[in-house]
Design a protein around this ligand. Structure first.
Ligand code: GLA
Length: 381
């Protein structure tokens, strides 16, 4: 019996009907363009969230986590709607709500995706619950439908206006490959990302910085792109070239123009990165990763001193490329390094952080891993 099933039994007095899991992610390139219908190139990491679920006949939804074993959050299924009580439980409730579930549930979750590190622990939680419920209740939803449902949970229940990248890759990630995702129609292509074969490692640097105004800053970036698109008469940044943007520059505010310049240039960097990966040109991949960071720092203004320092020091330590990942204003950076340079880079980053009086950074690495999965207990017998 898996350890989560065992713990579930101790907590609820019976075995779960389904166990499921979903990973966090890093994004190789394609930042802040999912909500502009662009292309992104994330991959699922090894760190994941596990869920164990059973139906409950009393109409109550009970939620607990391994990390808070002694407390069980409880709410009537009829009260599961936006504005309900709950803290982190809202990510779970949001999924139940967006899937339209009307019966009681017992849910236990356990995860090792570091929270607040910009590695999408929230999408991992949402997707673990979503694939578990999809299997348990025979909903028959596709990955694309689950991605839309989990994004709706986060947008309308939790209140974070995120795009669709994190949930999509958590659901559809593949071992050994990054996921080229077209955020307009959610079509995908697996792009092999064999860094180890090339003698490289993708170092993930959690700066441990979490700056205030994150949500407001995110929403502001999103609406700048939307208003720029409206003023230029297109649906989204996806429909613009840099030339169009230059022609329409006078119609935009200075801020809208630079935000749009990031979005439009980032979309072309993603496609260029795919070409570079297909031809095994990691030097070019590194150069594009560097350009992405500079654009996020200068035009999109979502970096912060800790992320900039991690990136600069990684570059000086020989990284082919380094950049912030995720929403920004803190969280993690990635650096593509030769394996033999990794140790030196870690030390140099740790020393530089200590000199600046920043928190001690944490380091991870991960090869592209599998997306979410669920296992019905009935299938085990
Ligand atoms: C967060 C959001 C994603 C995406 C990234 C930035 O992770 O959840 O939808 O917008 O920021 O690329």
């Amino acid at each position: 019996m898996s350890s989560i099933s065992h713990e579930f039994q101790t907590l609820f007095g019976h075995l779960p009907e389904v166990t499921s899991e979903a990973p966090g992610r890093v994004n190789l390139i394609g930042e802040h363009i999912d909500y502009s219908e662009g292309f992104v190139l994330p991959f699922a990491i090894a760190n994941r969230t596990h869920a164990a679920i059973s139906r409950s006949a009393d109409g109550l939804v009970r939620i607990s986590s391994h990390q808070r074993r002694n407390s069980i959050f409880s709410i009537s299924i009829t009260d599961v709607k936006p504005g309900s009580k709950g803290d982190w439980e809202k990510y779970v409730l949001g999924v139940i709500w967006s899937l339209g579930i009307t019966e009681g549930l017992n849910i236990l979750v356990d995860g090792n995706v570091p929270a607040g590190a910009g590695l999408s622990s929230s999408a991992a939680l949402e997707c673990a619950v979503a694939v578990g419920l999809n299997a348990l209740l025979g909903l028959g939803l596709s990955d694309k439908e689950l991605a839309r449902a989990t994004q709706r949970a986060e947008n309308d229940y939790v209140g974070m206006p995120c795009g669709i990248m994190d949930q999509s890759v958590s659901l559809m990630g593949k071992v050994g490959s990054a996921l080229l995702l077209d955020c307009r129609d959610l079509s995908t292509e697996s792009i092999p990302f064999n860094v180890a074969d090339a003698g490289l490692e993708l170092l993930i640097i959690d700066t441990q910085a979490h700056h205030a105004l994150v949500d407001g800053g995110y929403a502001e970036r999103r609406s700048a792109c939307e208003s720029a698109a409206a003023k230029l008469g297109v649906k989204s940044m996806r429909d613009l070239t840099l030339e169009d943007l230059m022609v329409g520059k006078d119609k935009l505010s200075a801020i809208e123009f630079i935000r749009a310049r990031h979005a439009v240039s980032e979309i072309s960097r993603v496609l260029a990165t795919v070409q570079a990966l297909k031809s095994g040109d990691f030097t070019q991949v590194g150069a594009l990763i560097n350009q992405s960071h500079n654009s996020l720092r200068d035009d999109y203004a979502v970096s912060c001193p800790e992320l900039d320092l991690a990136v600069e020091v990684a570059r000086s330590a020989g990284a082919l490329g380094a950049r912030m990942v995720g929403g920004g204003f803190g969280g993690s950076a990635i650096a593509l390094l030769r394996v033999e340079d990794v140790e030196m880079a870690r030390t140099a980053i740790t020393d530089a952080f200590s000199k600046e009086g920043f928190k001690k950074p944490r380091f991870f690495t991960s090869l592209p891993s599998a997306g979410a999965s669920a296992l019905l207990s009935s299938k085990l017998q």
